[in-house]
Design a protein around this ligand. Structure first.
Ligand code: PMP
Length: 396
């Protein structure tokens, strides 16, 4: 027998690919699809690519920490142009291999230099890769309460209670917006409470911001939590940014890592250590994605086109949420599906059981992850009614 004879097939995608039902639906993907179910390249990206191409740039290595102008624009997008720490030169930045790479740099940096306990608390549930990224970085992971199964909403009291109960000076990971997988975000008031509690406990905050602009359609609004923590409460946060979703640059692997320090001189010390973290992992990052993002964020016309397009994606996602909820009602579902429209971002945490997920796959050729998470991006006007009908069938 072959050495790999007993390796089982993994993932939802394999089962989907094998299925011959013409009505089959793939709701596991974490990437945006247009109204026809096709991958979408933003117009501002196409234009920026053309500009970059015509600049006839060389293919020399970027510095270890990446393209400086990109890093600056990226930090401005997140923290805001008028951010205190940004303008005081207290923020260390490093271009990263998308959001994943930024989380990994941060994890590695914490594991090497965080003075307290090397344990990071993540929400329950969280994006599955968080556990793996932080474990491979040498950190232990812990959980705080987040999702309330009874309401399909936020368990704010459980979350606050947990944050208060952790040892002072713990590391806390927060999803800045469009929580994955639940689509449930705190309200601005709840964010203010979370920030105050973390401040009074001296917790260290690591923000994962993979969906800025994609969540509400407005990049400034989606940065509310991050800016509130930094500007009002003076948290010296770490931040992982991704341009995969909001610019549709998935395969370009473009993101940014940043870390707020106390002073410009501390920033210089920290920056030198970030380089030492990055160098043995991949030497230096790729240039194309950074050049594209730099072009868009620094060119007023392209930037405004981006704002329109990202709002368009958010709008389509929201329209599909409404269509699914209406469809369920029309097919006679008696359940409360309010959370489908109140949740935000690419995903909807339906609250259905693993058995019901299994029935959707077996009887209706609709594939999603076992936790009942639907990627709204996989829904379009052509298949939403079939999904509503099938979802109603398995939840009757
Ligand atoms: N964090 C969260 C919460 C995510 O959902 C994702 C994308 N699935 C990422 C980080 C990172 O993705 P990428 O590395 O493609 O930017």
């Amino acid at each position: 027998a072959s050495t790999w004879n007993s390796v089982p097939a993994g993932g939802v995608t394999e089962a989907f690919n094998k299925d011959t039902n013409p009505l089959k639906m793939s709701l596991g993907v974490g990437a945006y699809r247009d109204d026809k179910g096709k991958p979408y390249v933003l117009n501002c990206v196409k234009k920026a690519e053309k500009i970059v191409f015509e600049q006839n740039l060389n293919k020399e290595y970027l510095p270890i920490t990446g393209l400086a102008e990109f890093q600056k624009l990226s930090a401005e997008l997140a923290f805001g142009k008028d951010s205190g720490p940004l303008n005081a030169g207290q923020i260390v930045t490093c271009q990263s291999l998308s959001g994943t790479g930024a989380l990994r740099i941060g994890g590695q940096f914490l594991s090497r230099f965080f003075p307290g306990t090397k344990k990071i608390y993540v929400p329950n549930p969280t994006w599955g890769n968080h556990h793996a990224i932080f474990k491979d970085s040498g950190l232990e992971t812990g959980l705080y309460r987040y999702f309330d199964k009874k309401t399909n909403g936020l368990d704010i009291s459980g979350m606050i209670e947990d944050l208060k109960s952790f040892p002072a000076g713990s590391i806390i990971l927060l999803h800045a917006c469009a929580h994955n997988p639940t689509g449930v975000d705190p309200t601005p008031d709840q964010w203010a409470d979370i920030s105050s509690v973390c401040k009074s406990k001296g917790h260290f905050i690591f923000f994962d911001m993979a969906y800025q602009g994609f969540a509400s359609g407005d990049a400034t609004r989606d940065a509310f939590a991050l800016r509130h923590f930094v500007e009002r409460d003076g948290h010296q946060v770490m931040l992982a940014q991704s341009f995969a979703k909001n610019l549709g640059l998935y395969g370009e692997r473009i993101g940014n890592f940043s870390l707020i320090t106390d002073s410009a001189s501390e920033a210089a010390r920290v920056a030198s250590q970030v380089k030492i973290v990055v160098r043995p992992m991949y030497s230096n990052p790729p240039s194309t994605g950074a050049r594209i993002v730099k072009e868009i964020l620094s060119n007023e016309q392209l930037r405004s086109e981006w704002h329109t397009e990202v709002a368009g994606m958010a709008k389509r996602i929201h329209a599909m949420r409404s269509a699914l909820r209406n469809g369920l009602a029309q097919h006679g579902s008696k359940h409360n599906w309010e959370h489908i429209t109140s949740q935000i971002g690419m995903f909807c945490y339906t609250g259905i059981s693993p058995e019901q997920v299994g029935r959707l796959a077996k009887e209706f050729s609709i594939y999603l992850t076992k936790d009942g998470r639907i990627s709204i991006a996989g829904i379009n006007p052509g298949n939403v009614d079939y999904l509503a009908k099938s979802l109603h069938e398995v939840t009757k």
